[in-house]
Design a protein around this ligand. Structure first.
Ligand code: BDR
Ligand code: CA
Length: 323
């Protein structure tokens, strides 16, 4: 299996990602680190521990990370994710505490201790990852790839042009892009498209297996087009959201990527937090302007096989229920 570490802000769709990672036989989930985003970091830790317990994986190390972005003021996204950041599903409190180490220390330890290079999957603002890269740059020697949910080629969600995870901490995202390791951007353009049909969601909700049932409840909470529509009780279809980035780790063929220069807009004003993706043809005019700044080449997800990822997700989270 692929050694994976998830850095998340659980979060309804982060929870979907955790459930998938715990259950997929091709993933060896070595640690989960938490950062402020969908809710405050203590809420994220609480939700993450709870989800791992419900998923039957209570032993995975979990660490608390950054309380706020590097430069931006702290902010809350409770209006999107419910008061507890998890859709107010009323889940039980976790039975254990997080690790004594903070997120950066746990990331460093687990990355360097892994016998095989780790795939890092941030599904949240990139504050912890930026702090890690600046504090312990030696970790990059044992990172296979960073597959992050964030950014957008087209429309944003936090602003007309900026996606939430990058917008929340743009400087951190800029540090990630210059990490010097292979990077896949699973941005809003693909994130928005992977939606589980209502009938499948209802099937999960009817399961007697707690993890599968939780996946169904989380999907039912998620609007079919994340970030654009309120919950409709008559329509249970739900987006996989962050979980799609984990699908891209185990099944990269389902995601069509192009290697393109990406830069985060850091100036003040309406474009702050935008991922500016250079899709110009690589000959002619664009080359005239290159070389003036560091080019970050990123494998940007431009298309996704929706049915394939929906099937992969359902087969994975329902495995225990069907066995
Ligand atoms: C991202 O923001 C969060 O609300 C989701 O969990 C996802 O990681 C989408 O913009
Ligand atoms: Ca998230």
């Amino acid at each position: 299996p692929i050694p994976v570490i998830i850095d998340c802000d659980t979060g309804v769709d982060d929870a979907l990602a955790l459930l998938f990672a715990v259950r997929h036989p091709g993933i060896d989930l070595r640690a989960v680190t938490c950062v402020a985003g969908n809710t405050d970091v203590d809420g994220v830790v609480h939700n993450t521990l709870t989800v791992l317990e419900q998923a039957g994986a209570p032993g995975i190390p979990v660490a608390r990370g950054a309380e706020r972005p590097l430069i931006e003021a702290p902010r809350s996204a409770r209006h999107v994710h419910g008061h507890d950041g998890m859709g107010d599903l009323g889940l039980p409190a976790p039975r254990r505490l997080p690790a004594d180490l903070d997120a950066v220390a746990l990331l460093r330890r687990e990355i360097l201790a892994s016998p095989r290079p780790v795939t890092l999957v941030p599904t949240a603002p990139l504050t912890n990852i930026a702090l890690l890269l600046r504090t312990h740059p030696e970790v990059t020697r044992n990172i296979e790839r960073i597959v992050f949910m964030g950014g957008a080629v087209g429309a944003g969600n936090a602003t007309p042009v900026a996606e939430f995870n990058v917008w929340h901490d743009p400087e951190a995202a800029a540090i990630l892009l210059t990490a010097g390791v292979p990077i896949t951007m699973y941005g809003l353009d693909v994130f928005r498209r992977v939606v589980v049909p209502a009938a499948e969601v209802r099937g999960l909700r009817a399961s007697t297996e707690p993890g599968a049932r939780l996946a169904g409840d989380l999907l039912a909470h998620r609007p079919a087009t994340p970030g654009s529509a309120p919950d409709d009780p008559t329509e249970d279809a739900g987006g996989l959201g962050d979980a799609g980035a984990l699908c891209a780790v185990v099944d990269p063929e389902g995601l069509t990527t192009h290697r393109l220069p990406v830069e985060v807009s850091l100036g003040p004003g309406p474009a702050r937090g935008q991922t500016v993706v250079d899709r110009r043809p690589r000959t002619g005019e664009s080359e005239l302007h290159e070389g003036t700044r560091e080019q970050c080449l990123v494998d940007v997800g431009l298309d996704v096989d929706v049915q394939r990822y929906v099937r992969l997700y359902l087969e994975t989270v329902a495995t225990v229920a069907h066995s």
